[in-house]
Design a protein around this ligand. Sequence first.
Ligand SMILES: CCCCCCCCCCCCC/C=C/[C@@H](O)[C@H](CO)NC(=O)CCCCCCCCCCCCCCC
Ligand SMILES: Nc1ncnc2c1ncn2[C@@H]1O[C@H](COP(=O)(O)OP(=O)(O)OP(=O)(O)O)[C@@H](O)[C@H]1O
Ligand SMILES: [Ca+2]
Length: 546
Amino acid sequence: MEKQPRLLSSQLSLQNRVCDVTLNCVVLTWKERETTKKRVSGSFLGSSRAAGSHCVPVCEIIAVQETTEACQSNDAGRWQMVPQQPSESEQHAFTVSYVERMRGHRWRCSEVTFHCTDWRLCQQWIQTIKEQLSQLTSRPKSLLVYINPYGGKQRGKWIYEHKVAPVFSRASISTDVIVTECANHARNHLKKEADLKKYDGVVCVGGDGMFSEILHGLISRTQCDSGVDENCAETLVPSALRIGIIPAGSTDCICFATVGTNDPVTSALHIVIGDSQPMDVCSVHHNNTFLRYSVSLLGYGFFGDVLTDSERKRWMGPARYDISGVKTFLSHRYYEGTISFLPAADIFGTPRDKIKCRSGCSVCQKQSTEKLTEEEREGSYGVWRVTRGKFLAINAASMSCACPRTPKGLSPAAHLADGTTDLILIRKCSRLDFLRHLLRHTNKDDQFDHTFVEVHRVQQFRFTPKHWEGGSELDLCESKNRLFGQICRQQPVCGCAPAHSSWNCDGEILPQTTIHVRVHCQLIKLFARGIEEKTVFEDPYTLCAV
Ligand SMILES: CCCCCCCCCCCCC/C=C/[C@@H](O)[C@H](CO)NC(=O)CCCCCCCCCCCCCCC
Ligand SMILES: Nc1ncnc2c1ncn2[C@@H]1O[C@H](COP(=O)(O)OP(=O)(O)OP(=O)(O)O)[C@@H](O)[C@H]1O
Ligand SMILES: [Ca+2]
């Protein structure tokens, strides 16, 4: 790779050690020297050998500022901030804040302070770094923040104030913050009221449910502003604003699957440096009427029943999913129905691929660079296939759905932005077999390697539950209620298991079960970059190998 021209190169002091500090358009590097301290006009010069070397890509510098040092005043005994004055004999300093990678995909904001005796040199460094940062046009300057104070362990406000706001303020990002007052507050505000021209992005402080509100608000607003009808449009208009997720919910699967960890500071740093990760969005329709969007899991049967049961236990917080999970597992219900699906072409790979979607994924990039017409794209998919049977679960994962419960995810090889979803069909099997399958989500074994599991990479699918095939869903639903009453559905003591489950759509229960799902490739963008390969953590210098 071509060597970048140096913008600045000086010998500066760092914790009383002499450093060779260099800035080019791509990286800031500093190398410590062992020195026989000899001051020469604002810089230290001395006999030296390389003692430690650091390298920070310019795109991962958060901010630079002149450093004021805390000095103790003699008489009052209190600490005061004393700004540096332009004097020849004194030390001047500037501090660079930058991203540092920790274990487990976590990022931290680190700082390094360089000293020198030449005030002009100090100002030149500050100015030059600021100029470099101002050229990074993908960084947001103004954000609209929504906080759900009741998500997860109800710590959304605290997390924002203590972990995120200081990082935004360090990066001079201005924010308008709205603490939601009820469910759908954020969605409706985005859809109808927010002056979106003022912002470079929207930040969601909460869980997957809160993210879903922001997603719906933003997509609906974009379609409305572009005159697109969500009920009948086959192609939707992508939103211009990126969404940042500060995890403060119970599952936080969308954050985990796009960043690799659920850590508010890491997410704040991805926002500050202006990362961008496109993401697929599924639209769900019932009889040509738009119902909802989904980006993670659309689950019928097991995950639908877990969610339905857990909604009555919201007061328990995140533990509700485990209690409802065990209860649903023990009830071992299966459901009959027909699934038809449009398989994705071979070029999209399969859900059993060993290769995973990671930062800069070539499979996803192909989608954004290949300029296929709608017709060509349509032609590259196969013909509709139909399958029917008795299912314990039907899951569609548009992304891996990795989360702390299953770090590899429901579909480990699913791609964030390839325009497909992985359709996982778990046919009726014994409790023991189903448990084996569930357990494999938590270890290295392949959860698809069972005779009762089928998995397809698809671009669209339809589902019709057996008892409603050919009939009107609502009519039959009402007549069923009249016939068997509430008791049968909630506690089937009479032995007649309910004939239908519900769809869990990113943590929301859908009102209908007969659905048509279409994947919209890269409809939205997040302030994220996908999960980074381990090598980046093991050897951060690979980032600087330019
Ligand atoms: C034995 C251990 C088995 C572990 C099995 C782990 C599989 C977990 C898969 C989780 C996938 C989450 C996908 C994300 C969905 C989100 O859009 C949504 C909104 O936040 N979350 C949920 O619906 C929340 C869904 C939460 C589901 C929790 C399921 C827990 C299952 C427990 C089964 C226990 C069997 C024990 C038998 C004695
Ligand atoms: N002020 C509010 N009062 C009550 N409910 C709210 C409020 N703001 C948002 N909500 C709703 O709370 C629901 C759950 O919130 P959220 O997703 O943040 O947490 P969670 O359900 O604990 O986490 P997860 O979705 O990750 O499992 C969302 O569906 C959202 O619509
Ligand atoms: Ca996908």
